[in-house]
Design a protein around this ligand. Structure first.
Ligand code: ZN
Length: 162
């Protein structure tokens, strides 16, 4: 059933071998299928802080099931204002952001935990941890590492106790 093919290089008409190269000159008898062009991965530039704030504003508003119109009714700010905030067309003042967050029903602390990627972590339900949490978010990475190592040491010591 194999059909004869002509070598594009030396023009020899032949039945292809298993290797599918020309019996005379050795070039490949069949065009290799074009390798599927790898779609370049989206450049994953990390979001700026302002972008994360805007994204999180939209996320928490929707999670609360609030439309921009409803938020307008609650806060008295024009609906377009929320649209601008969520699309980075406007940057809120601290006062304004606090009012908006109050309208959404989230504390600034909880909101910025989310902005920093700390979401629904059950450890923050712990009274002690929730008390120190605001300070933890102010720590540098190095300080956070120190705290973590200290906590691990305490945990090991607690385990070692009979
Ligand atoms: Zn050939």
């Amino acid at each position: 059933m194999t059909e004869a093919v002509r070598c594009k290089s030396c023009q020899l008409n032949q039945y292809p071998t298993a290797r599918e190269t020309c019996r005379r000159c050795g070039v490949a008898l069949f065009e290799k299928p074009e390798p599927v062009a790898e779609t370049p991965a989206e450049p994953s530039t990390p979001l700026t802080f302002a972008e994360r704030v805007a994204r999180e504003l939209r996320t928490v508003r929707r999670k609360r099931g609030l439309s921009q119109g409803q938020l307008k009714a609650i806060t008295g700010q024009p609906r377009t204002y929320f649209s601008k905030l969520e699309n980075l067309k406007a940057s809120p003042s601290v006062d304004s952001l606090t009012r908006v967050l109050a309208g959404i029903g989230i504390t600034p602390y909880q909101f910025f935990l989310r902005v920093e990627g700390v979401k629904n972590s059950s450890i923050w339900a712990d009274p002690f941890l929730s008390e120190i949490a605001p300070d933890v978010t102010r720590l540098t990475n190095a300080q956070r590492g120190e705290v973590l190592r200290f906590a691990q040491r305490l945990a090991r010591e607690a385990e070692a106790r009979p």
